[in-house]
Write a protein that binds this ligand. Sequence first.
Ligand code: UT7
Length: 326
Amino acid sequence: MNVRIAGTGSALPGKILTNAELEKLVDTSDEWITTRTGIKERRIAAEGEYTSTFAAEAGRKALEMAGVKPEEIDFIILSTVTPDFPFPSTACIVQDMLGAVNATAFDLSAACSGFIFGLSVAEKYLRSGSAQKILVIGSETLTRIVDWNDRNTCVLFGDGAGAVVLEASDGDHSLLSTHTFSNGSYWNLLYQPGSGSRNPATNSRTIDEKLLYVTMEGNEVFKHAVRAMEEASVKALESNGLLPSDIALLIPHQANRRIIDATAKRLGVAPDRLFTNLHCYGNTSSASIPIALDEANRQGVIKPDSKLLLVAFGGGFAYGSALINW
Ligand code: UT7
């Protein structure tokens, strides 16, 4: 049994925060942010907008494109590091919002690689015949867990969601492979120290020591990101007997333009085969790849029968790739 992407969708907050506006908040400059990251602006969730808000909207659009009714969905797999609540899962809230009454819904945690991990889990359900249609969503409101006084991190992140409807299919237009990897020895290079069982949000120390914010050793993460994204991409190519020149479009996790360019260069994928949108949205963690995929799809950038490589890296470390024959 093959697995095809039947529809894509994305949703972003309306509120834009530009580099120029950030210059007024912290000691930074448009020049620094642009040259070091490639980011020009990001979207920020407004009051009353949550991770579920964007997830449900992206999911609705993907269902619409696929021509699939919410009640036909067997599973909702939602990746996020910024759920509405620690429990229940944001996926259950989205199930309710969409009316996907026959779905089993759960969240998946693999930081910025969560969407690829979600695709991988969904692929197994579909190939084994345990499901016919699955909604995979990556949704984040990272701006709720960044320290707006810390220039090292607050300039990097943004909010939004992307989604795909995956369905079992006999055709050739399919998800060819997914590969997932973890290296837990670096878990403390990129994490949120507070709000879990080690530093509960109920402990005043958690607030006083600013443990609820994203903490990152940027430089170290950068080096690992390039190596790991190359490794995951090579694995995808080799397992499908493909060469970098066979890839029509590379959609990498949108964390840093320099990481993306270095990865493409090491792989030998030409710059005109890269899809990037981080200049508009910053790093939206697990939402970045499905947002980019939806934009590329709706803009007609992806040609039928072309090969698409998705590759992600993030906290954990967790990383992975997916190869699609569109
Ligand atoms: O999404 C999951 C994976 N995440 C990533 O892949 C992120 C990986 N890391 C990165 O993208 C980059 O490391 C950053 C963009 C976070 C930082 O870029 P960098 O080139 O590694 O800069 P740096 O951390 O080495 O900092 C260089 C300098 C420092 O000043 P000193 O110590 O050299 O005087 C920083 O204090 O830049 C300074 N700096 C800033 N200056 C102006 C850091 N942030 C800013 C800022 N504006 N916003």
